[in-house]
Structure formats: C-alpha cells, structure tokens
Design a protein around this ligand. Sequence first.
Ligand code: NAI
Length: 331
Amino acid sequence: MKIAIFNVHNWERDYLESANNDKHTLKMFDTYLSLDTVDLAKGYDAICIFTEDNAAAPILDRLYELGIKFVALRSAGFNNIDVPYAQKLGIRMARVPEYSPYAIAEFTVGVMLALNRKLVRTHYRIMDMNFSLNGLVGFDMNGKTVGIIGTGKIGSVVTKILHGFGCKLLAYDVVKDQSLVEKYGVTYTDLDKLYKQSDIITLHAPLIPKTHHLINKESIAAMKKGVMLINAGRGGLVNTQDVISGLKSGQIGYFGMDVYEEEKGLYFEDHSEDILQDDAIARLMTLRNVLISSHQAFLTDTALKNIAKITFENLECMEKGSPCENEIKQA
Ligand code: NAI
C-alpha cells in the first residue's frame, strides 16, 4: 500500500519506519493536512494523520477525488474528522483507541504533584542559588478529594493511582464503571457535587459537542475556592478565558494544562525565535500556579511503539476489507 503520512514529527519518525519494516511505501510530510496541502495525497491509497490535521468535509471531498480509501489516525481522539461525512463517501477510518493509558494517567498525576509541591518553581530558584522554602508549601494528597470527569481507559488508571495515594475519589461519567466503585471506592456523582466537593478536578472525557467548554464561568464558580484543575484531555474541554479569570480571582488555585484550545500551529514546534501572538497563553505563562506542557502526556516509548504498530495493523485490516476493531464509525 502507498501511504502518505501527514504531520510527522521527529520523535515519531523512527517508530513509524520500524513498525512498517519496509512493508508499505511511506511518504512522510511534516505539513498538516489542510485544504492547501491535501493534494500531497495524490497517488497514495491511504493517509495517516495526527490530532492537529484537519479532515473536515471539503478536505474529505478532495481526498475522495484523489482516490484515498483509508484514513488512519495516530491518536485516540478523532474530533478533527467529520466522521459521518467520511462514512458517506465510503472512506474507512481507524484510530488507536488504546496505546498506553498509563502514559497519560502517570503524566496527569505527575502534573498534580509538580503543581502541588511547586517543583518547577523550586528548580528555577535553586538554579539561581536561592534555597529558600518560602512560598513552597504544598499539601498531602492523602485524604484529598479528587473529581475525575471521564472514567474510561485513562480516567480509570488515574483512579487506580490516586487510590494508592489515599485520595477520596469522586467521578462523573455518562457510563459508570462498577469495578472502580468496588475496587477503589469511587463514588459516582453528578457534576454539581463533584465541582462542590473536589480539591482537584481532572478531565478525561472526550471532546464532543456535549463536553465542549464543560469547564466555564458557571462550572468554575461552582468549584471549591483554590481548586486544582488538570486538563490532559482536549483543550476545548475548558473555556480558556474563563479559566484565566478563575486563576486571576484565586477561584482556581492551580491549573495543569497539557492541551490547549489554540494549540494548532503552536504546540509541537520550536517558536523560540517568534513573537508570541497568542495573548491567552501569554497570560497563562505569567502565572506561577500554572503548569503548561505541549500535549505530551502520551509521549512515552511504549506509547509510540504501540501507536506505530496499531496504525499499520489498522491500515492492513482495512486494506483486506476485513472488519477492523479500531474503525471509527458513527451510528
Ligand atoms: P475512553 O473512551 O476510554 O474514555 C472516555 C470516557 O469519557 C468514557 O468512559 C466515556 O463514557 C466518558 N464520557 C463520554 N462522554 C462524557 C461526558 N459527556 N461526560 C463525562 N464523561 C463522558 O477514552 P480515553 O482513552 O480514556 O481518553 C480520554 C481522552 O483523553 C481522549 O478522548 C483524548 O481526548 C484524551 N487524550 C489525551 C492525550 C494527551 O496526550 N494529552 C492522549 C490520549 C488521549
């Protein structure tokens, strides 16, 4: 099969080549898939894309005209594809629903600890020979209430880790996982109670119309003053301006942000020579109680191996015309 791989980053190139093992003809592009770049797919059977590539209807139309039959996502989330439209065109799509929930869950808990114990701040102080402890007081995680929104593959691992810390666990999900209740003492509740009672809130629900800006002015007002909010889900789960207002007023005490609504064109790139044009992230960067990472929660060796391996398995399965367990379908 001839596969055009869009938006390839240096850190994944070797994993993709190694998983392919010279089986398929690969062409790696470092550009995003967009209306301007879609014609790069000419002459290929399939394309492979990542979270920031745009597979909206007009782009799918052009892919269809170019004879693209399969779209393989190197990610779990697929909010960047117009799924019903691709289905209408008969383009089959697959994703990597699980490559290492541990990678994201462990990172999420790492961010909680780094914010709580002010690890970044202390490191920079010490680099400046300042060994003072003033302003570095944290809190015991043991006994704190953590609200987990979305207890799927990632949220359930977060639950398991935090149970080990001795946290009280509240959860909200449209589907309850009874095993989390039994094994880790999770209490499923409604969002209002979760907001009201949680010291830490962590987001692991998908970005869908229902969850877009789930965290907004009203939900922030319903939270405990000084709450820690972690978003390693998708940027659009939070209204960034409302979070900035919450941080300025002290209603939000800490914010861990691995994903950002406006990350496209900013994240994954070196902009150290550029003038920052995004005023929202510029404001967030001034706050010591905000920890920003560049959509890297997934970035472990295990995860990258699995993503590459499953991506090619998905493509081969679709090429054979077989049912594919990772196929993206909308009822
Ligand atoms: P999953 O599908 O296993 O779990 C998602 C959970 O959210 C499910 O239990 C589902 O019932 C629940 N959910 C659906 N609608 C909801 C709603 N309206 N309110 C609350 N819960 C709702 O997915 P998984 O693997 O746990 O991933 C979760 C999200 O994490 C992905 O959708 C993706 O956006 C994000 N992610 C972030 C990564 C990163 O590097 N920062 C990497 C991988 C995924």
